[in-house]
Design a protein around this ligand. Structure first.
Ligand code: GLA
Length: 407
């Protein structure tokens, strides 16, 4: 008996040693195991990347309760809610001053009915409700921040029915980021209400190294601009954000996601081909899909991009693996995301000025060359002819071909 227990212990030790060794090697995108260890998630929420809408990219500080109600209605009528976009998040500029006891109040001009009534309305539509605050004295737009009022604010949010908090980093002075975010996470937890915690310190303090224990998503970059490439003021184009976020793929997994900022799809600054690429890249990177356009007035093309259920399914795949670039030939790239069940999502991506043929090989997918695999085009919504060894397609300038390839 003793001997058999001992041999079990030795066997277990050898097992755990070899699995540690495997994990310590450079991660291979084709074999990386999804992070299923529940102790690595902060609160058991956001087991797939959060999906929803946020007011900032379209409305900035010009947000009010009428806009939010319209958007909530449109989330239902357009089918966005049923496609998975459930969080309706009000970004900066909802706050009024603190009251005599230090509790936060609501801007009475923009939100005359109060936040509880608005949250109730959003909930009545089968949606979830989110707010924004900041770890510093003030928010980026100069409204009161949560510093020194973390528990008071968490209690207020829970009373209103908040389900999601985006927590920014302006005016945070010399605060330690990990401590500041952990403090707010503790405050939220103390309310007993499940609240997704979105950390927004722009990647300044390398949150991917510490934030998975604290919250559910962390910004890895500065703010997005509605442009394809380059910088506009302090904000970055889609290509720049994708390049910053891509190498961080080993840090994402169920409950904890890299966030390269919210979507600009439908806001008018890029072509529809570019918006489709933006959406595909975010889906491949298991990024939060937070729409930033006016849902109430979006056109059909925008709708078709945001509501491509096959691309959304890649983003929401249960394995929670962040896809990565497996080939970089200047303007021509191949990205791969391992899916639960063994298939691969594949992005053939052309950053260049002309259409080009791009091929993916089975070797890049971790498949034997002889494997006869099914190929589905996720934007054309079509099954293509099964293939062996490799698959190639013509990809438009600034465009993608997005595929699911599997046995
Ligand atoms: C920062 C954030 C943005 C937005 C604004 C609001 O810039 O990164 O996403 O929340 O603040 O002021």
């Amino acid at each position: 008996m003793r001997g058999s227990i001992l041999s079990l212990v030795v066997a277990a030790a050898i097992c755990s040693l070899s699995s540690t060794q495997v994990q310590a090697q450079a991660p291979d995108p084709n074999t990386i195991a999804p992070s299923q260890d529940p102790t690595r998630t902060a609160n058991g929420l956001a087991m797939t990347p959060p999906m929803g809408w946020n007011s900032w990219n379209k409305f900035g500080c010009d947000v009010n309760e009428r806009v939010v109600r319209h958007v909530a209605d449109a989330m239902v009528n357009s089918g966005m809610r049923d496609a998975g976009y459930v969080y309706v998040v009000i970004d900066d500029c909802w706050q009024g001053p603190r009251d005599a006891d230090g509790f936060i109040t609501v801007d009475p001009v923009r939100f005359p009915s109060g936040m509880k009534a608005l949250a109730d309305y959003v909930h009545s539509k089968g949606l979830k409700f989110g707010l924004y605050s900041d770890a510093g004295r003030m928010t980026c737009a100069g409204r009161p921040g949560s510093q020194g009022h973390e528990y008071q604010d968490a209690i207020t949010y829970a009373r209103w029915g908040v389900d999601y908090l985006k927590y920014d980093w302006c005016y945070s002075g010399v605060r330690n980021a990990e401590e500041a975010y952990a403090l707010m996470a503790d405050a939220l937890r103390s309310t007993g209400r499940p609240i997704v915690f979105s950390m927004c310190e722009w990647g300044n303090n390398r949150p991917w190294l510490w934030a998975s224990k604290i919250g559910n998503l962390w910004r890895t970059t500065g703010d997005i601009a509605d442009i394809w490439e380059g910088k506009k003021g302090n904000n970055w184009g889609v290509l720049n954000l994708a390049d910053m976020n891509e190498p961080l793929w080993p840090y994402a997994g169920p409950g904890h996601w890299n966030d390269p900022d919210m979507l600009e799809v439908g806001n008018g600054g890029m072509t529809n081909i570019e918006y489709r690429s933006h959406f595909s890249l975010w889906a491949m990177m298991a990024a939060p899909l937070i729409a930033g356009n006016d849902i109430a007035t979006m056109d059909e093309t925008t709708r078709d991009i945001l509501m491509n259920t096959e691309v959304i399914a890649v983003n929401q795949d249960a394995a929670g693996v962040q896809g990565r670039r497996v080939r970089d030939e200047g303007d021509l790239e191949v990205w791969v995301k391992a899916l639960a069940g063994g298939a691969r999502a594949v992005l053939l991506f052309n950053r260049g000025p002309e259409a080009a043929n791009i091929e993916v090989t089975w070797d890049e997918l971790g498949y034997p060359p002889s494997l006869r695999a099914n190929v589905r085009d996720l934007w054309a919504h079509r099954d293509l002819a099964p293939a062996r060894d490799r698959f190639g397609a013509s990809v438009p300038s600034h465009g993608v071909v997005m595929l699911k390839i599997g046995a």
